[in-house]
Ligand binder design. Sequence first.
Ligand code: ADP
Ligand code: MG
Length: 631
Amino acid sequence: MEPTATDPVMGIDLGTTNSLIAIADASGPRILARESGTDLVPSVVRYGPEGVEAVGRSAADALRDHPERTVYSFKRFMGRTLADRETEAEAASYRVVEGPRGLAVVDVAGRTRTPQEISADLLRHLKEEASAILGVDVRRAVVTVPAYFDDAQRQATRDAGRLAGLEVLRILNEPTAAALAYGIGGGRKAETIVVFDLGGGTFDVTVLEVMPPESEDEESIFRVLSTAGDSRLGGDDFDRVLVRDLDEELRGSDLEGIDLAHRRALLRVVGERAKIALGESDATRLVVDGAGLLPDVDRMLTREGFEADAKPLVDRTLELCAAAIRDAGIEASAIDRVVLVGGSTRMPMIRQAVETWFGRPAYSALDPDRVVAMGAAVQGAILSGVRRDALLLDVVPLSLGLETAGGAVAKLVMKNTTVPVRATEMFSTSVDGQMNVALHVLQGEREMAEHCRSLARFELRGLPPMPAGIPQIEVEFQVDANGVLGVEAVERRSGRRARVQVVPSHGLTREEVDRIEEESFEHAREDMLVHRVVDLAVNAALDVKWIGEALSRVREELEASIVERVESCMVEVRGLIDASREDPRKVDAEAFHAAKERLDRESVPVHEAAIARSLRDSPPEGGPGGSTAGS
Ligand code: ADP
Ligand code: MG
């Protein structure tokens, strides 16, 4: 862990729905939060007679109790006239009125406040949070805005920062920030990228061109080629799709004592919860406890139904992508990468639609609702002179691999390989009828998973049941020019696939890389032996299983002495397998290898008899596979 700079520059994503703060040092960007789960700060401020009463989560949670005093989505009014934002003003539960020069201002708790002032109250809260977490007074920031913001809107954002006592070093475009978080622009060649940002209430798509820096002390240049979007299309619309018919039903029923706004707010919460649940499972129960004021609701929702109902929304985002590409004056084939931004891109239907439409995997390794703040922090670090050049990013700094059964590591990409690089390896299962395979992506030079850095875990699910060792799982590692790692696993027979994406260089400094390297030298011999024993145990377990099965079928056809010899070999090998599982360090690899060879040799007649037998009975299925993954 690096000590915090005395005058750090934080990155702030000042979002319509949520805001957050991040900081970057030599080990890369990270989000700041006092405790986990509180890093997304709802962009909501409540006012009372004394001024600010609550900011963030507490204000958002009590929105239903104080609708007229709680201001949200104020980013929509930044630097705009009321005439411009009539529809938004009417939809708000607080009062938006006309201020000087026709500008939209909020009339709340007895006085008018400009969107800048309200933003400043939120920024002040973020500044205090950051200072408390880092233990230094944070005064400088990079603040992000949508790429389409005009000068008035950018100026309003700057003013908000100044009012909050912040020195805003730069106003940065949100899509540019997302690209920076992924290290785009750090490479040697120009790239064209599309940033697809589906937030809470807005959708923006931006086509960016990135030019690499001409010399060491220059920054990359990001140029916006085009933007398109819809300021009334976002995650909220997906929530509404789920509760649309409920809304109608409830409206029709006799509901005294509960007003429409309350009901809507309640439905929104329920709808959002169901939406998030449907991203993780195929169906979810939607329950509304009406508490006597509303009819109780309890029904099942399916992902399939949700996706069908939400299709028009998804199609609309794709139409806007087409428009942006057209306006940029380029062909879709000229696009090098697609980056996903905004909490709503977590929905599987969005990711699938985008990847299908663009015909390529999209960048999603970083949390889509945190990536903008992380990029702002990267920009902040560049401006304050923190440099990452100690870490050579045109090579893979540490080896990348996968945990295999028994806890060893199969390395697919060796350290210091130049990027981009692609590597594949075949794996199989270690348990009969295994339907899910856990994959664990690791980074490091040691031979055992426990000594490596865990990068990601994911699951290949829904394999048809097959005997252990039969599934053919092809795993591909791909590190692109920006150092982003994509891992994909495909089971060949069933075609089931799963994938994950990570940025392996985040959280690593040059010093750490050196330390990890040194450790691996120290343990090289011991590690190699342990790895060998673990692999032997895994392969021997499969051998013992197959031989045992074959033996039970053909035992009476074999001479008793052969059976006896095979069985005694099996006892010995089983003992070694158990010992290796207990502690592989205590097992002699050479002795284990010899015992396994003996078993293989002695069991040849068993296999021959079994093959002859199955030729007589029915055609055989499959055969032994390669090494095995997961458990
Ligand atoms: P903004 O940029 O507008 O401030 P965010 O990027 O924070 O907004 O996105 C907020 C939206 O993301 C909300 O509509 C929220 O419901 C949605 N969201 C967050 N997590 C998920 C998820 N796991 N699945 C679907 N939607 C999500
Ligand atoms: Mg956003």
